[in-house]
Design a protein around this ligand. Structure first.
Ligand SMILES: [Mg+2]
Length: 228
């Protein structure tokens, strides 16, 4: 039986928490007025807020930017900075990711990566960690460098549409990801969705979108689905 796993990149494979935290620290510093007292959240406080989907404006106000103008400026600067160099260099490969991908490959499960990263943000990282052995070029679904982003929950289903139209048919397929965008992209095309907790959403947030399963991380997700 032919089986396929689509995996998201950030969340199941890469840990982006340090990048997001470093950008938070940068924005705090840039938006802060001289003499202004701010409250710097710890990394774990900050990341738990992100996982709970607390908005950037709320994170700004929790950090001491009480006036509206400052919290809006903070949110804008964050958005403009988070997907830029040198911040990508803070990303780390999750420890379970390679063993998980190797296991899927040993089981002859077809692998594809589906990510909202742009090609130029993805390919150097695939090379850096030798991940192309899992994802040949026709199994890479990402945004072109000139693609005009809308919102993830609209952009990601477009990638799934392309994948479903172009890849060989399989008897079983799954999408593994860490956000609502992954779940919605999968559900739109009747692909079962497995949410993982190793990324930017917590259990409470993921549950709202009714994934087929919620697993701690990529390797647990793969273990569960091969047992089905
Ligand atoms: Mg993700």
């Amino acid at each position: 039986m032919r089986r396929r796993i689509f995996t998201d990149f950030d969340g199941p494979i890469m840990d982006v928490s340090e990048r997001y935290y470093q950008v938070y620290l940068y924005c705090l510093d840039k938006i802060c007025k001289p003499e202004q007292v701010v409250t710097t959240l710890s990394k774990s406080e900050f990341w738990e807020l992100k996982r709970s989907q607390v908005t950037e404006k709320e994170i700004a106000s929790l950090s001491g930017f009480e006036d509206e103008k400052q919290s809006v400026a903070f949110a804008h600067l964050r958005r403009a900075t988070v997907h830029t160099n040198p911040y990508f260099s803070y990303d780390r490969l999750l420890e379970n990711a390679i063993p998980a991908l190797e296991k899927a490959q040993q089981l002859k499960i077809d692998l594809a990566v589906m990510t909202m990263r742009r090609r130029s943000e993805l390919e150097p990282v695939l090379d850096k960690y030798n991940l192309r052995r899992f994802f040949p070029s026709d199994r890479i679904f990402c945004l072109d460098d000139d693609y005009v982003k809308t919102v993830d929950i609209q952009d990601k289903p477009k990638l799934m549409k392309m994948a479903q139209a172009n890849l060989p048919v399989v008897q079983q397929q799954w999408m593994i990801g860490d956000t609502e965008a992954d779940i919605i992209a999968a559900q739109t095309y009747d692909v079962p969705a497995i949410a993982v907790l190793s990324g930017i959403r917590n259990h409470t947030q993921l549950e709202k979108y009714k994934p087929n399963q919620i697993a701690p991380n990529l390797i647990c997700a793969i273990n569960e689905l091969v047992d089905l």
